[in-house]
Structure formats: C-alpha cells, structure tokens
Design a protein around this ligand. Structure first.
Ligand code: AMP
Length: 448
C-alpha cells in the first residue's frame, strides 16, 4: 500500500517522498484517513511506530485546506509533549513534513530563554508544539491565545501523567474552545488516561498497533551476569573489545548517569550524559555529538532518553535494569529500528534478579545469559536492596515505586523547568496498565 491512497495532498506527499518513506506504517494507515475526516482518535502507539507522521501529516493537510480566517495568523493546532526532546523532535517532523505548505510552526519548552519564544509567538504561528509547563508560562504572560485551537494532540499522554502534568493539562484544556478535534497518543492505558480520554474525546476511533519492529524481530537481547562493583569495568571492556562505536547506556538515576559518564571518560571512552538536570544546551550538544560520532557512549536516564530518535542505533546497554519492566521494552526499542539489527545488552548483578524476572514475565520469554570470561560473578556476594534517587551510589533512599494514583507533587515536574531547580522525581512506579474496551494488548508489550 502506498501513501497515495490515504487522501493526502500533493504537497504533503512530496514531503513524505523526500523523507524517503515509501509505505505508510500501520498506525499511519489507520490514523490518517480518520483524522482527515475530522474524527477524534485514541491511539495506543509507542515511539518507533511512525506515530508522529501519523498525526502530523493529516494535521498539516487539514490546516492548509481551511485557511485561517483573515487577520493575523493564530495558533490553530496545539501539540503537547512531555519532554523537551520529544517536543523538539515533533517540531522537526512538523517542519519537515510541512515544508511545501505555507504554515508556520514553533516549539516551546522550558529550560531555555523565554524571550525568543515570545518573539516567535508574536510573529504568528499556526502550529504550536509545547511542553505543558512552559506553555502555561506563556499563557500567564498573555503571549499566546489558545481560544482558537482547531486540533489538539496529546503525545505520549501516559508519560505526561507520569511526570505529574495532569493539572497543567487540565488547565490548558480549560483554555481551549469546546469545538475541536482531539488526538490522544499513549503507550499504556492506566485508569487516569482512560479518565482523561473519556473527558476529552468525542466518539474516538480506537487505534492500536504493535511496534514497527518488535524487539523479537530485530533486537538481540543478552544478559551478562556480573558483580555490582565490576559493571563499569565490564562495560569499558565490551565497548573496547567489541569496538562499539555508538552505544546508548541506561542508568536508573541522574547521579548514576553522571558518575558513569565520568568513569567511562577516565577509561578513555568519549562520553556524555543526558538527564533532566542538564541544561537544554548541554542536552542538545550531547545528542548532536553522539549522532555525529564524536561521542561514543551516551549515558541517559529513562525520561531523558524517551523520544530520542536516532536512526540505526546499534547498541543499547542497560547498565542497571529499570524498576519498571515496561521501561525495559522502551529502552531496547531504541535499537534495531527501521529494520536494522540491534543488540541490547544488560549488565545484571545479584541485586537485580527480581527485576530481571519481572522483565522476562512482561516480554514473555527468557533472555539468554552469557557470562563474559574474566567477569564471572562471585557466588558468595549477597543481594543488597536497590537504592534509587539522590544520595546513594545510584541515588537516595526512596522506595523504587510509588503507589498507583500518587503523583509527584502538585507543582511542575523538574523536566520542564530550567535546570538546577533541585526538584526530585520519584523514579519508576508506573501505575498498572490496562486497556480501554475494545483495545488489545500491543505486540511490543506482550510478545516482544
Ligand atoms: P515515531 O514513531 O513517530 O517516533 O517514528 C519513528 C521513526 O520512523 C522516525 O525516524 C520516522 O522518521 C520514521 N518513519 C515514520 N514514518 C515512516 C514511514 N512511513 N516509512 C519509514 N520510516 C518512517
């Protein structure tokens, strides 16, 4: 099936062809005709499925086909995203797919100066891509008028809720006109998302797709059992001996990411860390250096890495297993994209065997163990509790999960603020997921 049959205009199809896409992905096939017909959608889709083009292409076409009524350009489509990185990437997609259309878009997020954003908003924008907190700052300063939004997109809605944005989102919703089209994308469907969807969507089409490349197809997964104190040494050895040129390494905490990046540097591996406490400039630079290959290892926390789209990422390493099994699926989804082979390696110490069990239960299969000669675990070492957050070797002493429904404070999450704010997000602890009626579990979650 080609893109031509979806009802997209020549200008949009041209941009798609220039991106090198020849066939729509399943979510694009399902979502584009519904959106073009003006319907709401509730889509279960993760990064990697092509969801961004799935909502961006029809959105661009709809706006272009209904030129704004005379006068000044005003915001007609709002795309909310949980993180700066995701907002920036969606912004890039909107610009790329809309390059042959006379529409203007802007990306606004926290952590960078507000004045250039004010100037951009003043010049007039049709499509605004924003993180919730900074958007509300602009609303408070009357820099932006949301009363004429025709299309609202909530991207990665579950992450936005996880990050404590629900109040911000509700405040934003209250500023929008009642008559509008709503598109909600979420990888999981905890009760809070269902409630949000119920209050937001009108007779939505339910769309559920598996990952474009399920982990089972393209990602080789391996566990290297190793002692807790020898993980860094083993990682340096693997990067060096296997000549990995580009490796994304996950740690559980921001502090752990910084520490590991310093240690790898001292082992002679060009390295950078990205997480919520880094300035936007530092994060953008680190990502650019990593993409170009001047930085060989990028150490990241789950939140910071979410939404990063790096084509053909060959290696992902779980330096520490995530507390939430679903995060494992997200992490390894960073490799083996677009049909490229990928390898996901997890360094697992005796403390993490329970986490490993949970992961294997979620992905419904055992991950092969492979002891690296010279790094055999010492069987006399006893498991220790895993410490998360600030203070410990990987953070403080918060329990790894919070109970369902408990949210980090009423204020704005640190990720949407300028760096150095000192706020701490409880790690992990995603509420249980369940599906709205009529939706099936996605392949990536169940059968990856
Ligand atoms: P997303 O799920 O929106 O993050 O997209 C994942 C990746 O797939 C991005 O690198 C897109 O550029 C790419 N992509 C999106 N649609 C297509 C398509 N129809 N064919 C090939 N690649 C695509």
């Amino acid at each position: 099936m080609s893109f031509d049959t979806l009802g997209l205009s020549a200008a949009v199809l041209r941009a798609v062809a220039e991106q090198g896409y020849t066939e729509p992905t399943p979510i694009q096939r399902q979502a584009i005709p519904v959106i073009l017909a003006g319907g709401d959608i509730l889509a279960g889709a993760q990064t990697g499925t092509g969801k961004t083009a799935g909502f961006t292409l029809p959105l661009l076409q709809l706006l272009n086909a209904r030129p704004h009524a005379g006068g000044r350009r005003h915001v007609r489509a709002l795309i909310l995203a949980p993180t700066r990185e995701l907002a920036a990437q969606v912004g890039d997609s909107v610009a790329a797919y809309g390059r042959h259309l006379p529409l203007k878009s802007a990306v606004i997020f926290g952590g960078v100066g507000i004045n250039p954003q004010i100037a951009t908003l003043r010049r007039g924008v049709d499509i605004l891509i924003a993180t919730p907190g900074r958007l509300l700052d602009h609303v408070a300063q009357k820099n932006v008028d949301l009363s004429r939004i025709e299309i609202l997109v909530l991207d990665e809605a579950d992450r936005m809720l996880d990050m404590g944005f629900i109040h911000d989102i509700r405040r934003i919703l209250a500023l929008l006109p009642k008559q509008r089209q709503n598109l909600l994308f979420s990888a999981t469907f905890p009760d809070e998302i269902k409630r949000l969807a119920d209050s937001l969507l009108r007779d939505p089409a339910l769309i559920e797709v598996a990952r474009r490349n399920t982990a089972a197809e393209t990602v080789t997964q391996t566990i290297h059992p190793v002692d807790r104190t020898r993980k860094r040494e083993l990682l340096s050895y693997l990067i060096g001996s296997r000549n990995w040129r580009q490796v994304l390494v996950f740690t559980r905490t921001k502090h752990g990411a910084d520490r590991l990046a310093r240690q790898l540097e001292s082992d002679g591996i060009r390295c950078a860390a990205i997480h919520g406490n880094k300035s936007q400039g530092a994060r953008t630079r680190a990502l650019a250096d990593f993409k170009q290959g001047t930085v060989r290892a990028l150490v990241a926390t789950d939140i910071a890495a979410r939404g990063i789209d790096i084509d053909q990422l060959p290696h992902v390493v779980n330096f520490e297993l995530p507390n939430v099994p679903e995060d494992y699926v997200h992490r390894i989804g960073r490799t083996g994209r677009a049909g490229n082979e990928g390898a996901a390696v997890s360094l697992v110490c005796v403390d993490e065997l329970k986490l490993l069990q949970d992961i294997e239960r979620v992905i419904k299969r055992p991950i092969p163990r492979e002891v690296v000669p010279g790094y055999e675990p010492d069987p006399s070492i006893k498991p220790e509790p895993i410490l998360n957050g600030r203070g410990a070797s990987g953070g403080g002493r918060n329990p790894p999960s919070r109970s369902a429904g408990q949210r980090p404070g009423g204020g704005r999450p640190a990720h949407d603020r300028p760096s150095g704010g000192g706020r701490h997000r409880p790690q992990g602890g995603r509420p249980g997921t369940s599906r709205p009626q009529g939706m099936h579990r996605s392949g990536s979650r169940g059968g990856a």
